[in-house]
Structures are given as C-alpha cells and as structure tokens.
Write a protein that binds this ligand. Sequence first.
Ligand SMILES: NC(=O)c1ccc[n+]([C@@H]2O[C@H](COP(=O)([O-])OP(=O)(O)OC[C@H]3O[C@@H](n4cnc5c(N)ncnc54)[C@H](OP(=O)(O)O)[C@@H]3O)[C@@H](O)[C@H]2O)c1
Length: 504
Amino acid sequence: MTQQNAGKWDLGRFVKTLSYFGAIPFLSSVDWFQQWFGSQPDPKADSSAIATTLAAATRESSNNQGVILVAGATGGVGKRVVQRLVAQGYSVRSLVREAERARSILGEAVPVVEADITLPETLTPEVMANVNALICCTGTRVQPVEGDTPTREKYYQGLKFYLPEVVDTPEYIEYQGIQNLVQALNSSVYSHPIFDFTQPSSGLQDIWGALDDVVMGGVSESGIHFSGSAAQFAGNVSTANSGGFASVRTRNFDRPINLAEYDGIELRVKGDGNRYKFMLRTETQWDGVAHSYSFDTIANQWMTVRIPFAALVAVFRAKSVSDRPLDPSQINAFQLMLSKFEYDGGLNPHFTPGAFHLEVASIRAYRHSQLPQFVMVSSAGVTRPGKPGLNLEDEPPAVRMNDQLGGILTWKLKGEEAVRHSGLPYTIIRPCALTEESGGQALIVAQGDTLKGKVSREDVAALCVAAIAHSEARNIVFEVAEGQGDCAPDDWRCLFLKSTSSSG
Ligand SMILES: NC(=O)c1ccc[n+]([C@@H]2O[C@H](COP(=O)([O-])OP(=O)(O)OC[C@H]3O[C@@H](n4cnc5c(N)ncnc54)[C@H](OP(=O)(O)O)[C@@H]3O)[C@@H](O)[C@H]2O)c1
C-alpha cells in the first residue's frame, strides 16, 4: 500500500470481512467446518468425537517411563552425569561421536548412540525416542597451545593458566549444535495436530479469512495463503486512520473443539522479528471476548512456540477483562494478529508499520507432562564479553580471550537463547572454572553473571542430575561456584529456589 492511498478506507472490504465471519449471516452460510473435517457430522451428536480422538492419542503416547539422554557423555562433566544417573536407576542413553571410545570411558553396559550435534541428520528420531530429559554437556574442545601434553592435566584443573586454543568452531558446537538438539527434541514431542499447514487442502481458504483494522476504520491489509509447506500470513499494517492491526481468523467452528485434555497450544512458526498475538475464542459472537498471548519471533528462524492455556489473557479488543477464565473444552475460533497495541493501551515494543510476514507450519495441542526438559551446561561469563565497564584484568581467561577463542562465550549465549526459546522446560547451569577436584562441596548460586571462582565437575554433574528431579529447577538460569552460602551441600532444592529469580 502506498502512502498516497494509505488513508482511504474501503467500504467493500469492510462488508466482505463482516460477511465472511458471519456478522452478516445470510452472506456466509458455507458449511466450511464440515468440508474441513471431512465426514458429515451428525447434528444430534455432541462435539466429543474430536475430544475422544485427542484423549486416546494422548494416553497412547504417555504410557512409559522415558530415557535421559546425555549429550557430551564422553566429556569431563558428561561422563560423571552418566555415572550418577546409572547409580540412581535412571534409564540412560549416551549421545557420543565415537561409540568405541565412549564404551572405553563409560563401560559396556550404558547404551550409546552415535551422533554429532552439528549434523542434524544424525539426530534421528531413534536418538530422541522416548526422551524425558536431555542433559547437554557438550562443549568446544579447548586445549593448551602446547598440545595434548602433561600440561593439559593442570589446565584441566582450572587453576593455572596455559595459553589455550580452540580445536573446533564454537559457532557450530555452542550455537548451531544446540539449536539442532532443540529442534530434534521438539520434533520428538507428541502433540495433536489441529491445523497441519504442511499439507494444505483446498478447504483451508474457506476456514481462514482476513480481519484487519478496516472494521474499525483503518486501512491495514493482510491475507493468508496456503502454499508450499506452510500457511503464509502476510500483508501491510498501517497506523493511518487510527488503525494499527492486521489479522487472520478462522470462522467459528460448527461445534466447539474440546481441548480440555491438553495444557496449551503449540505453534510452529517462522517470523520476521515482529511480536505477534495468537488468540482463542470460546464465544461465538464475532466481536466478543478473546484469549490472547503475545509471542516474539526471530527473523527467518523456525521456532516452536508453546502457549499454556494458563498464560492466555482474556481481552475485549485490546483491553484486558477480568473474571473470564478460558474454558478449553469450548474452542470456537483461532486468530493470528500483528498489532501496534499490546494490552490496555500498552504498545507492542517490536512494532514497525509496513510489510510483515509470518509463516505457520502447524497449530497443535500439547500436554505439559509430555515435554522433555533441556538441561544445559553453559558457562559463567557468557554475557561479559563486550560489556561496558568490565575490567578484563579481573576476568577469567575465557572472558579475556573470547575473541581469540572464536567467540566461544558469545556463541554459548546464543545457544542458551535457543534453549530458552525452545518452548521446552529448561535449566541452564553456568559453572565457573571447572576442576577435577572431589565433589560434595558447599555451592553458591548467583544471577547477573558476575560470579567468579571454581567448581568441580563432580558437583556440576550432581547439579545436572538434581535438576531433572526437582520442579524448582524448571525454567531457571544461574551461575554456580564453590562457596559457603545459605544452602547445605546437596540441598538442591534450596539452591534451585535461590536461582528462581533468574528465570528468563
Ligand atoms: N573448562 C572450564 O573451566 C569450563 C567452565 C565453565 C563451563 N565450561 C563448559 O562446561 C561444559 C562441560 O565441560 P567439560 O569439561 O565436561 O567438557 P569436555 O570434557 O571438553 O567435553 C565436551 C564433550 O562434548 C562433546 N562434543 C563436542 N563436540 C561435539 C559434537 N559436535 N557432537 C557431539 N558431542 C560433541 C565431546 O565429545 P568427544 O569426546 O567426541 O570430543 C565431549 O564429550 C562445556 O560446555 C564447557 O565449555 C567449562
């Protein structure tokens, strides 16, 4: 849309929009729901047929105990994680690059799978099958420039400084590898498809239609197209005539969908960096209360967005309303929106008027109990490179030498972001300098990435294993070092509770 005609409101589009969504009923009597769901629905039957199918599928996929997958199982922390898991009776699978070498380190009894996290094709469904939690202890190999000599032993203690060099490329190991793990793990999660746009059918165009600010006098214009392997929600959003939103929405389903067996909605999307809204409607009037959730996209990156029903905000237009809890058994419509507004007059912090584009591969329903946890061993110092006012003299070698080491900490931070945006429950542990000393030390945890010191690989491994057993460890990021704090050694719950405020 050009600036010239940006203020010209279109009566034709207004009438078309209202008729499409049934606000002018006689113009919109297509029984599209019937077309989409195939068979002729029995008008006397209630809507429980879809719910019954969903519930059966859910039971089928939740009927087992699950495996703990350890990536980097041949490493200093990883091998200790495997030993502890086995000792505690967990079912363990070790992800390693060389099976033979792994067996010489871990013993013959531990099941190993060969894969390389930088090669997504090796992260097969078999590697990820039935995984309850992934503990990721991978890392770029760093060694003293002298090579793998006896000095390496001292280097490994984190005590004395030897000039280090990276053996692999940190971008691949710390970022792309973590992203590959996130994607493979997400693909393994069972969720029930509601709209699978990867296999578009002609009926979709009768279900989804544009609902732009033309209904309020604005001139934004959008549409949704079903081609290739995703739905394309695209258009131009303008703030002219006090407008500022574009959206696409389903017509009301003939009978509400019952998602009471589920905990939320899962979107697979590739955006453009804008913040979008996803909405559910349980009411049938076209201008009624909706339940809304805002989500950020990363330009040109596929991501899984999980929206717990509990996180949806009840709104009338963009105003929040109270006392309107969502009834997930009565879903009548879905909507996707790009709006200048957040809620109650607040502004979308990432909004810029103009062209936008959101690809949507699927809309599915998920159950929280089926989401595997991602435990990541990261590093203290990931936010420090380039931080203004930092005195490098006081910083550990990894921070001082971040550039020489291929930006290892910078890529680790990007890897952390991939985990935090995965839609999976996560625990990100940022240890200070790792040592080979014995475990069982008192530990301190901190937030804000200023902690310095050392911590044994033994204690980091124990922390990783504790993270999968404590609900308090979910969705937290924290630094850890040896030291006398408020928590007794092994009081993991105390440590996780102290880390809660760092939740990202
Ligand atoms: N050193 C420190 O002071 C310090 C401080 C804070 C945080 N950290 C971080 O803590 C983590 C654990 O440290 P660590 O000492 O246990 O590390 P480590 O002994 O070097 O082990 C790294 C593990 O990652 C695996 N790995 C590397 N690239 C891989 C790939 N492409 N695919 C699959 N596996 C791969 C290695 O497998 P292979 O056996 O096949 O090589 C090895 O098992 C690392 O992320 C490290 O950066 C270290």
